[in-house]
Design a binder for this molecule. Sequence first.
Ligand code: BGC
Length: 346
Amino acid sequence: MNITEKVFGTLPCGEKVRIFTLSNDSSITVKITNYGGIVQSILTPDKNGNIADVVLGFDTLEEYINKSPYFGCIVGRYANRIAKGRFKLENTEYVLAKNTGNNHLHGGNVGFDKVLWEPKISQSKDSVSLELTYLSKDGEEGYPGNLLCKVIYTLTCDDELKIQYHATTDKTTVVNLTNHSYFNLAGHDSGKIYNHMIQIFADKYTEVDENFIPTGRILQLAGTALNLTRPAKIGDGIGKVSPGFDHNYVLNNDNASVVKAAEVYEPSSGRMMQTFTDEPGIQFYTGNFLDGIKGKNAVYEKHTGFCLETQHYPDSPNIPDFPSTVLKPGMQYSSQTTYKFAVKHE
Ligand code: BGC
């Protein structure tokens, strides 16, 4: 196990940004920068031992600052959408940025993906960790409360990238944190993800309107094109859910324990990735809005990466029946997600 660091670039304000390289003994190498907590690359071997980078991204800090569609970052204070950019808490209405049509997305104009986190590294026999801390000030992007956040990325000797999220507040607020990595298990530069097989361990999903805002109804997946309870080829289903998958799956984990949420397998490389989480939902997004953006030695077109964003449901602050995203002073927000990499020899 090893962890090293170097300078990634300099912010316009003059602050230095670092990039950390976490590696284990089975050839997995993960690069994470403390700008936005972005996972910049994940190198993993395929079934023949050939190494490829399985996440979309950029080579430079400037590109992450100027044009990133949330590649690899931590999303917060509230991942996903909040309808009309407003919500009420304890009789006060809070107004947020409307940064996607008439709605709020991924924490606003300067979300947690665009701030500098304080890094701290640690190492044990079986793992290496990067702990990132960020204090989101009371009123930042319209949200109430000073929110002290900690996100710990850990690479283990079992080929897992584990992400633990913690937060505390001094005023009642809402929190929903996730990671927005776009994966392509054939390699970030290998084009459409249609050959990937995916299974999501969910029987239901949250219905949305034409602006991706939940209607409040939780519907059965059985019999719909969104049903992924059995392994399905992404390319087979994607045409039926135009412009692609972008849905919150309601995971089968009623008691908030850690469960397997998804499993993805890419046959040509043999690479497999399992996702485990204690969150109640997962957004399966197939890069529907990628439009030929130039990245690390590649041009990323529509459907060239997929995200598995573990989360509470979109717009929960406005839908009392959904699991609560409210955090009060004295409470501890904690959640965890693990992406586990493997290869299948078939
Ligand atoms: C959302 C998409 C959105 C994308 C932006 C995803 O998490 O589900 O609707 O367009 O993020 O990158």
